[in-house]
Design a protein. Structure first.
Length: 408
């Protein structure tokens, strides 16, 4: 399967104390699969070095409008960019950009591009509140520029107030969302479940498992990046930044997850059940805390609903359904049997007894089982695993695929 082309992001860095945060923006964009080209202004180099960005980015940092290896670098950058993001954007930069000045490489690139532009202001509170800064921002917004507003918090010289550069993860989410507008999942609705369900025993105890929800959240994040409308049904607090194409539904028990996923299935083009749903729950739940002086409680368990099989049984034409299985013995054979029995398109299985795999880890190694065979994804980040799964989902959606009732 050919690799998806990397979208090009031009990262402009201007001369503010928050320039050090642009290093993290650069790293996160590269990690998310973007081809990042840093462009540093002369003032930016008073705060951060070219070598740092060159080491982290997809190609060396560029700084000069004239005398570089490319005769007209601003037009080359402007045409290649799918998004231009400037972080931090100083008051001086905003004034120059609003006036249409092109005296350096960053300014010229911004005038030479037709790509979406994101500016992330950062400055002291008094500067942020100055009418000229607000008027310049209003001008840029009228021209279609996206502004990621600053937050409130510690500033330079020990001051505190509004003007602090937005956090890198928030900036990256906005950029990836723009890239996703042309992604292979644009126009599709994807429902993802994440985390381990909690089945109450009494008001203070529950049956659960070790699932952290990281793989489910990585899937939701990757689906957003690829343009999908995403609903995340989760038992854990989401770590994803707010996003206009993301809706989060919090649940706790298997019954709550079944109800929530049933609602989402009515409109989802793809359902990815990455949650670790408890197989059993207590038949009765005590309405008071069970104490030691009452003796050892005798727990009687019953099966929880098979959410995945139920979703597959009620699937709509063209809907793609993906299940996850955590196994310790003969995982691929068990995944083949589960895929056929439940009637799903893909079963993603991992051997959670292997080092660095599955629960509580930032890494995973899986086998994606389909009717046509298996695809192994070796130990890698959960982001890489998420994209491997979504590659298959995107293929099935594009083909209008629907599994036959027999599961073949």
């Amino acid at each position: 399967m050919p690799d998806r082309p990397q979208p090009t992001v031009v990262l402009g860095v201007t001369g503010g104390i928050a320039a050090y945060k642009a290093v993290e923006v650069c790293r996160r964009l590269v990690e998310a699969g973007a081809h990042v080209v840093p462009v540093l202004t002369a003032d930016a180099r008073r705060f951060v070095g070219e070598a740092t960005f060159s080491a982290l980015a997809s190609e060396p940092a560029q700084t000069e409008l004239f005398g570089g290896p490319t005769p007209i670098p601003h037009t080359a950058l402007g045409r290649a960019a799918e998004v231009v993001v400037v972080a931090p954007a100083t008051a001086d930069f905003l004034a120059r950009y609003a006036a249409g000045l092109a005296g350096d490489l960053l300014g010229a690139t911004l005038l030479a591009t037709q790509a979406p532009v994101v500016v992330c202001p950062a400055m002291h509170t008094e500067m942020w509140e100055h009418p000229s800064v607000q008027e310049n921002l209003a001008t840029l917004v009228r021209r279609g520029v996206t502004v990621v507003p600053p937050g409130t918090g510690p500033l330079a010289a020990g001051d505190v107030g509004v003007g602090r550069l937005a956090e890198p993860e928030a900036i990256v989410e906005v950029v990836l969302g723009m890239l996703g507008a042309h992604g292979d999942l644009a126009g599709y609705a994807v429902a993802v479940s994440a985390g381990g369900t909690r089945e109450p025993i009494d008001p203070v105890r529950h049956l659960s498992n070790r699932s952290s929800g990281k793989q489910g959240q990585a899937l939701a994040h990757a689906a957003l990046r690829r343009g999908a409308e995403v609903t995340l049904v989760t038992t854990v607090d989401p770590v994803l930044a707010p996003h206009p194409r993301l809706r989060v539904v919090r649940v706790s028990t298997a019954a709550e997850m079944e109800a929530a996923m049933g609602v989402e299935a009515e409109k989802a083009d793809a359902i990815i059940m990455a949650a670790a749903v408890a197989d059993f729950r207590p038949v009765t739940v005590a309405d008071h805390k069970l104490t030691k002086d009452q003796g050892v409680p005798q727990l009687v368990l019953e099966r929880t609903p098979d959410i995945l099989a139920g979703l597959a049984a009620r699937r709509r034409p063209g809907q793609v359904i993906v299940g996850f299985a955590a196994e310790t013995d003969d995982p691929v054979a068990r995944a083949r049997a589960k895929r056929a029995a439940k009637g799903v398109d893909l079963m993603v299985v991992n051997d959670v007894s292997a080092p660095g795999v599955g629960f509580d880890h930032d890494t995973n190694a899986v086998t994606i089982v389909s009717a046509s065979g298996e695809q192994e994804v070796p130990l890698s980040t959960k982001t890489v695993v998420a994209d491997a799964v979504l590659d298959r989902v995107a293929e099935l959606l594009a083909a209008g695929h629907r599994l036959t009732p027999e599961g073949h």
